[in-house]
Write a protein that binds this ligand. Structure first.
Ligand SMILES: [Zn+2]
Length: 466
């Protein structure tokens, strides 16, 4: 078995690993590099393997840093199957089309900027177009969790629940080579044990070789235990002032988790019932897909639904599809909760809500997700006195709060616990999908604790599994 790390090696994004095993050429994920000044260059670089010769692409989940370069594969001549769980396939359709739209917008903007300076701009092209993304969607094929999918004689794969986002999976590849059976496990992104809605990450029985994520390999989640109480206080205090609670949130995962927790607060009469606006077409699509897949819910969510509750579409929830409806919210003078994207306030409808509400002290801006360096969200979170939105300077008079406990990723202890749960430990573990410090810290901790071989590969490193 031969493996090459083609992305998310020594960094968090661009997940992509090339595997030759049992006579097949496989790709685990094909994600976009995001963040960092060299991201565009890395996304444009040729793949270090023959794209047209691939037999299968196996997708761990639909997040863009795992799926976002799939249209490029198609463009470069790969026409074979892309296998993911059924919910992953549905989510990937939504996310890839959105990504293509952003690529087109990005190229348009770049072109305009060059033309303004009187420079040649015809060479600027989007990484891929909406049309190209649509073409690759036909290659997506849905499989069931735990189903053994035969790729060829002696090579099979199973998708086990990773509990990270809807449809997320751990890939378990079983290969018979030279009379011996080898098992390669790719953790994908691992979720948080005990988090609502989805099941906990599956514990793997056996791995001979393991590729494991390390996003939070050196950190614990802050205020994970009292996140619901912090949410309750933010809602209660804002309603008391008669204000709006604005929550920038990612469309997939976080929005649905916040809805779930708000439903609990209302059901427990912990806060007054006020309208909750989900003002994001992508979040609405993601919520619809979640509603269509009750088979992935955990026992707690199933029990709520059996008891008559609707944790994602309770009576206070209003799905705001059109731009006109979204604009109407600016004139609303009653307390309410608005959940809108983008999660870091870099675009989307949240920017309009901030534009209209950030200078009024009755309102609250509540961050429930990570805010990247250089983003509008980060400036507000870090206490900027004033910020520029749509070319206009605004004083930040709204109250700013944050809750770090909501995360779709296992933290350091969660990752160690998942590794401890592997009954037959791997001969070697490679830590991917983490910043260098996080990956190195987790690699050292696990090597010492379990007396196993570990390493942190660099991009384009290769490894032979005997
Ligand atoms: Zn992910």
């Amino acid at each position: 078995m031969h493996i090459q790390f083609c992305g998310a090696a020594g960094e968090v994004t661009g997940s992509c690993h090339y595997v030759e095993a049992g006579g097949l050429k496989l790709l685990l994920d094909c994600g976009l590099f995001q963040g960092g000044d060299d991201r565009h260059q890395k996304n444009c670089e040729p793949f270090p393997f023959d794209v047209a010769a691939l037999d299968y692409v196996l997708l761990s989940h639909a997040h863009i840093d795992h799926a976002g370069r799939l249209p490029l594969l198609h463009k470069l001549g790969y026409n074979g199957p892309i296998l993911g769980t059924k919910p992953s396939v549905e989510l990937a359709e939504v996310l890839l089309l959105d990504s293509a739209h952003l690529q087109e917008e990005d190229a348009k903007w770049k072109k305009k900027r060059l033309q303004k300076k009187g420079e040649e701009a015809e060479w600027v092209k989007p990484l891929y177009t909406i049309e190209e993304a649509e073409a690759c969607l036909d290659q997506l094929q849905g499989v069931d969790y735990e189903e053994t999918v035969r790729l060829k004689d002696g090579v099979s794969v199973r998708y086990l629940d990773a509990g990270h986002i809807l449809g997320s999976s751990i890939l378990e590849l079983t290969v018979k080579e030279n009379g011996a059976e080898k098992r390669l496990v790719f953790s994908g992104d691992l979720g948080v044990r005990g988090a609502p809605i989805l099941r906990d990450p599956t514990l793997v029985e056996r791995a001979d070789f393991l590729l494991m994520e390390s996003t939070y390999g050196d950190r614990l989640h802050e205020n994970a235990d009292n996140k619901c109480e912090l949410l309750r206080l933010a809602v209660k205090d804002t309603i008391k002032r008669g204000g709006k609670l604005l929550m920038p949130a990612f469309a997939v995962g976080r929005t649905q988790e916040i809805l779930y927790e708000l439903n609990s607060l209302f059901e427990d009469n912990a806060v007054p019932r006020v309208p909750v606006f989900v003002d994001s077409p992508m979040a609405i699509s993601a919520t619809k897909i979640l509603l269509q897949h009750p088979e992935v819910y955990d026992a707690e969510t199933n029990a709520l639904i059996a008891g008559g509750e609707k944790p994602f579409q309770f009576p206070e929830v209003r799905m705001v599809q059109s731009v006109d409806e979204s604009k109407e919210l600016h004139h609303l003078r009653k307390p309410c909760i608005i959940i809108a994207g983008s999660g870091m306030c870099t675009g989307g409808r949240i920017k309009h809500h901030l534009h209209n509400n950030i200078d009024n002290p009755v309102n609250t801006i509540l961050f429930v997700g990570y805010q990247g360096v250089g983003t509008l969200g980060r400036s507000i979170r870090e206490g900027a006195q004033s910020v520029r939105i749509f070319g206009q300077q605004h004083a930040v008079r709204a109250e700013v709060r944050h809750i770090d406990g909501f995360s779709a990723h296992a933290d350091r202890d969660g990752l160690i616990e998942w590794f401890a749960g592997i009954r037959d430990k791997p001969q070697e573990t490679c830590f991917v999908h983490g910043d260098p410090e996080a990956a190195a810290a987790l690699s050292a901790t696990i090597a010492e604790k379990f007396k196993v071989a570990t390493r942190v590969p660099a991009r384009l490193d290769t490894v032979e599994v005997a």
